[in-house]
Design a protein around this ligand. Structure first.
Ligand SMILES: CC(C)(COP(=O)(O)OP(=O)(O)OC[C@H]1O[C@@H](n2cnc3c(N)ncnc32)[C@H](O)[C@@H]1OP(=O)(O)O)[C@@H](O)C(=O)NCCC(=O)NCCS
Length: 190
């Protein structure tokens, strides 16, 4: 994989835009019941096709700077999952999120790239507020959101079919001014 495809890098990881060639890889990720346990369950190849077109490929042009990107382990050029900085479906609120394949779990990868993406959102995109939400039982994901500097603020439910199954979800958010004051304006960790 050409390194020029990487638009955001940390010590161990990089993000690249998806292309239509990644369809089979996405189908495999979305078909893993453990990975999708807190993501609305597995998706069929037809459902993945729709998500890929509307939420990933078309979204890049419609929403410059935002999206869903493949997360790649730099040392091996292996795709390990994806990170997102996009709108909560049906809302204008910007969220951060991540889904990793199982071999990549418990190595700090979700946190490492989410922290860099949060900084990009606040400093490059000049977002004033970023949110994160997870199902109430997804404690690992909640821990990641806390580690990157979002704060728990109760629960929120959203009517969009992508989230309605979950009911009220653990809600996290942070204002840019507070996060930058706490974390400084230079990355110290990636
Ligand atoms: C949730 C997920 C992204 C975490 O990725 P990860 O790379 O393993 O996360 P990290 O290693 O950066 O951090 C996870 C933290 O949660 C902790 N953790 C793991 N399982 C936990 C649990 N059941 N309860 C509490 N904390 C837990 C880890 O110890 C770690 O914290 P630490 O660094 O203080 O030890 C990954 O498991 C995943 O992709 N799951 C499936 C998809 C998903 O649920 N995505 C989130 C949807 S909102």
């Amino acid at each position: 994989m050409a390194h020029s495809e990487y638009w955001l890098q940390t010590k161990r990881l990089a993000l690249r835009q998806f292309t239509p060639n990644d369809y089979e890889w996405l189908v495999a990720l979305y078909s893993d019941a453990e990975v999708m346990r807190y993501g609305g369950g597995v998706k069929s190849p037809e459902q993945v096709k729709l998500v890929m077109q509307e939420r990933i490929l078309d979204y890049y042009d419609a929403n410059p700077g935002f999206g869903v990107w493949q997360t790649v382990e730099r040392s091996t050029a292996t795709p390990v999952g994806f990170h997102v900085l996009n709108n909560i479906q049906g809302e204008s609120i910007i969220q951060i999120g991540y889904f990793l394949l199982k071999p990549a779990w418990s190595r700090g990868y979700a946190t490492e790239m989410a922290r860099a993406l949060l900084r990009y959102g606040f400093e490059e995109l000049r977002l004033t507020h970023i949110a994160g939400m997870t199902e109430r039982d997804n404690l690992a994901s909640q821990h990641v959101l806390t580690k990157i500097g979002l704060r728990r603020n109760g629960e929120r439910a959203f009517p969009h079919p992508a989230y309605a199954h979950a009911g009220p979800m653990a809600w996290f958010e942070r204002e840019a001014v507070d996060w930058i004051a706490e974390h400084g304006s230079e990355p110290s960790d990636s």
